[in-house]
Design a protein around this ligand. Sequence first.
Ligand code: TEU
Ligand code: CA
Length: 556
Amino acid sequence: MSESRSEKNWWHSATVYQIYPRSFFDSNGDGIGDLRGITLHLDYLKKLGIGLIWLSPIFKSPMDDNGYDISDYQDIAAEFGTLRDFEELLEEARKRDIGILLDLVVNHTSDEHPWFMEARKSEDNPFRNFYIWRDPDQDGGPPNSLQSSFGGPAWSYEPATGQYYFHQFSRRQPDLNWDNPEVRCEIYNMMNWWLDKGIAGFRMDVIDRIAKEVDSEITADGPRLHEYLQEMHRETLAERNVLTVGEAWSATPGSALLYCGEDRNELSMVFQFEHVTQQWDQLYGKWRSKPFDLVALKSVLGKWQHALANDGWNSLFWGNHDLPRVVSNYGDTAGYHRESATMLATALHLLKGTPFIYQGEEIGMTNAVFQRIEQYRDVETLNMHRLHIEAGLSVEEFIAGANRNSRDNARTPMQWNSAPHGGFTTGTPWIESNPNYPQINVNQNLRDDRSIWNHYRRLIALRKSEPVIVYGTYQGYFDQHPNLYVYTRTLGTRRVVIIANFTAESVTFTVPNELRGRGRCLISNYENIKELESGVTMRPFEAFAVLQQIERSSSC
Ligand code: TEU
Ligand code: CA
């Protein structure tokens, strides 16, 4: 049995579940999700079958960006609980063979972090060089035209010392100066402190942006990036056999192999976003996304499957806490909610790589339906609202864009049952629940064997029972077909054929000769699927996978 990747890792057959603590479960009625709320639901996750939980930031923070602005890396935000609560979560998860990944947010800190509180006091403060300061340009304005990802200049003026400091996100998230070895040392010590507690690894926030060169306007993929990641690996990750995934919006197949190639000693994998941004408008980005194009999506997914076939490792995700709900973005929540949600899960989870499920995706949660900007909470959405309206976009147009792509679409409370606020809290939730919780909730899914939840449970189990799903070689078919996604995974004499209809119409196609033949259905979202004989008609959003025994072909 030849496998493209020489060494197997414990996490290769695992599926990861991302939790946004603020919106998962509120255990004390203050309207904000918390750590005890997660511990109380570990059996729910155990039943789903996931092996790892990625926790979005839980650390002390003034919550300007919901925790992605940290003021103390080694303490828990009061609204989320205590270090004791975290240790209990870690222990209870371990008892259920579930590992915990923490979110490492070290491109920037909060402006309330003691390092910055000191740094902004004076130019000769010992912490000054923990951040990036520049004099105003000759007209007193920002040093250069670099922009923040949340809109507006990436520079803010500090009157106390008459200089500007750099921030790629909000002005309350000053960027750290990674060229300062003291900064790197502090971060490695903090990482080892958490790793010594027995966490399973890290998700690393905007890791492609830490080695910035602001004077030459380089923010992502800076020249010293991989030098720092290899140093980080030496100082913290080596010998620990943990999982690390780096968020890298700038990643390409080529640069991804620099991060996670087998001999690189940097990361296990990256989150690349080409399958997301290919749908965005050049000028307005996600605030005016283009119509869905399956051929474009398939070409991106196929490219990454081939590029990391023999080295590196792919992450697989449709959603996260920054992205719209997958069934709203690519599915049909009106006519074919269950069918489209299960089709999208099948099409993604049978690809090669590690799948990430974002909380609520496993029950088909949909985008929020906010009509007024006052209902939104996300710093990026509120900033962009101000800027786009000033730039002449109508409120209606902005709200329409936000309804499609605001990050708050992913942040409405988890829907557990049909009780008020979907059973998320006995108080008033920090952000409104989606009014469809009486129809879309965990209890309803657990009661229905054909539910979206049970489909995810089966997909997760397949990855553990079928090595071909983990290590099989990927091959796409009908790449130009506008409605169908057809691909195979082959390992030795076992081949899985995956067919998914991305439309609400029935689609008939002729099965290629080399794919014809009897097989065993591994999973489907419709009853009685047809044999892969000559022609097959796929019902609306139908998806299934068939396992076939084939002659050992020379290639595999
Ligand atoms: O996101 C990085 C990032 O680039 C996104 O904010 C992106 O610009 C935007 O969502 C595109 O829609 C990471 C975290 O995932 C995000 O939640 C944080 O706000 C951001 O970094 C800063 O820490
Ligand atoms: Ca709470």
